[in-house]
Design a binder for this molecule. Structure first.
Ligand code: UD1
Length: 482
């Protein structure tokens, strides 16, 4: 297993054992603040995991070594690196060469995909991370075929791949499903090209991964591809801009319609730099409003979390933003002085589904009734039972809607167990991280609450947040990884 976990730290040639999401017994032990706003400090936001993963997939389109900067050290990035390595690519973390003031020194990666010699995406790794499906496009373009399993990821609904399959068929590819694996092949052409044809495709559902994948698939080739009803997330724009800088002809990214004119090849000209992670930014803005006296969120793009900032401001949270930072100055304002609001998750620039669970935790602490509608994924309310267990007043009205009454005091350490020697003993309440974002929401609830908590499945939080416990400890929180 250790062999699987190697990434080489080039320069120093030290071997680094990266965290893998197989570490399923990791827990956080958290001492709640009982509503006190004693945390303070500043946090520098990492590069966007959801953009970096797609840039890693896009490296397959290059036949030379490329550099990616501002890549977060999260478990999903490790998984994508392993999948690429298993296909034959070389993936290295680079220890120095800070080429840009915005980039942290140890967040640089080099990928050489020229050595890829397989088109079979590792089924076990792929089913653990849905973003792996994005690799299918670049592999299909470069090798004319790819096989992959129905992908996994967070436990948040069915997450089908029909849009990818329809899109590939629309480009002329043949798709077979056998023994749980999709085998996709492009028509062969005499000149060694992949034979995918010009096409026009309408996404019957707006899909981030679908938009990114079909865009990458159309980048190299002869024809013109028009994608309609596309997702507009900043991560898509971020990756497309790098591809454009490398010679791709893409128009309209960030709008509903993207036009791609296939080119013969891409040429590496400059490193890809991941934009700041807007979900990490939003998560800490919510945490800042609930738990901190003073918090500065640096190196972020406040305009990417505009809808969240408006909701927090309207609620009374003392949050302000300038070009690249968000500032929270709470002084002595208790959370019950903030007002409730209703939220509907939407595609960008709407309220992101990935902040739905942290905002529900927020709404348990502020005054008034609220309703949260989840429009992107069904089954994304599994964490609610853990919030209810510690005192939150939340009713799941259907699989896409919850109603919250606040404020409520959240309490841990209230369960008692029989101890043979001392009789009844107080034990921490056990909570569960159901997925990356719900995991953050549960950590946030434990922090704001009274008492002690154990949050199981912390490895799921590691998939999307780099060293969360270290960041929180730096603010003064009592949180330990065990
Ligand atoms: C990405 C993000 C995820 C975020 C989501 C929505 C990554 C790695 N993950 O996920 O954090 O929550 O966008 O902002 O970038 N769908 C279909 N058929 C398909 C594909 C998707 O019906 O073939 C549905 C999904 O089940 C979902 C909706 O479309 O209900 C949106 O999903 P999509 O935008 O594709 O999400 P991801 O790209 O998987």
């Amino acid at each position: 297993m250790f062999k699987d976990r190697l990434l080489i730290w080039s320069k120093t040639v030290t071997i680094v054992f990266t965290r893998m999401n197989k570490e399923t017994n990791t827990k956080f032990v958290i001492q709640g603040l009982a509503g006190a706003k004693t945390l303070k400090g500043s946090i520098r936001i990492n590069g966007a995991k959801n953009a970096a993963l797609k840039a890693m997939a896009a490296t397959v389109l290059f036949k030379e070594k490329v550099r990616l900067e501002n890549i977060p050290h999260t478990a999903d990035i490790d998984t994508m690196a392993l999948i690429l390595q298993k296909l034959g690519a070389s993936v290295e973390w680079i220890g120095d060469n800070d080429t840009n003031g915005k980039v942290m020194r140890d967040h640089i990666m080099e990928i050489d995909a020229s050595t890829i010699n397989s088109t079979d995406i590792d089924p076990k790794l792929a089913t653990g991370m849905r973003a792996s499906v994005v690799l299918t496009g670049p592999l299909l373009v470069r090798f004319g075929k790819v096989s992959f399993p129905a992908p996994g990821g967070c436990v948040i609904g069915a997450r089908p791949v029909d849009l990818f399959i329809e899109g590939y068929k629309n480009m002329g590819a043949k798709v077979e499903l056998k023994d749980g694996l999709y085998n996709i092949s492009a028509p062969k052409t005499g000149d060694g090209g992949n034979g995918l044809k010009s096409s026009e495709f309408f996404f019957h559902r707006i899909s981030v991964g679908g938009t990114e994948t079909l865009m990458m698939t159309a980048v190299i080739g002869n024809g013109k591809t028009i994608l309609k009803n596309c997702a507009k997330e900043p991560e898509i724009v971020n990756v497309a801009e790098w591809l454009i800088a490398s010679g791709a002809k893409i128009k309209g990214v960030g709008t509903e319609t993207i036009e791609i004119y296939g080119v013969k090849s891409l040429t590496y000209k400059k490193p890809y730099i991941a934009i700041p992670d807007r979900i990490e930014t939003g998560s800490f803005a919510i945490l800042g409003a609930l738990c901190t006296r003073d918090l500065i969120i640096e190196n972020c793009e406040p305009k990417h979390v505009e809808s969240l900032i408006h909701f927090l401001q309207d609620s009374g949270a003392p949050i302000s933003a300038d070009k690249n930072s968000i500032i929270i100055k709470n002084n002595v304002r208790p959370n019950c002085s903030f007002k409730s609001f209703n939220i509907e998750t939407r595609e960008f620039p709407g309220f992101p589904t990935d902040l739905q669970s942290p905002i529900v935790t927020y709404l348990t602490q502020v005054t008034g009734n609220s309703q949260v509608d989840e429009n992107i994924f069904e089954g994304r309310f599994k964490y609610i039972e853990d919030l209810v267990k510690i005192g939150a007043k939340i009713k799941i009205t259907n699989e896409r809607e919850v109603k919250i009454s606040g404020p409520t005091e959240l309490v841990g350490t209230s369960q008692k167990s029989d101890d043979k020697i001392s009789g009844k003993t107080l034990v921490p309440v056990e909570l569960l991280a159901h997925d990356i974002r719900a995991g953050f929401a549960i950590v946030l609830a434990a922090l704001v609450a009274k008492g002690e908590f154990v949050v199981r499945n912390a490895h799921l939080i590691d998939r999307g947040y780099e060293k969360l416990e270290e960041k929180l400890t730096a603010f003064g929180a009592k949180i330990k990884r065990v």
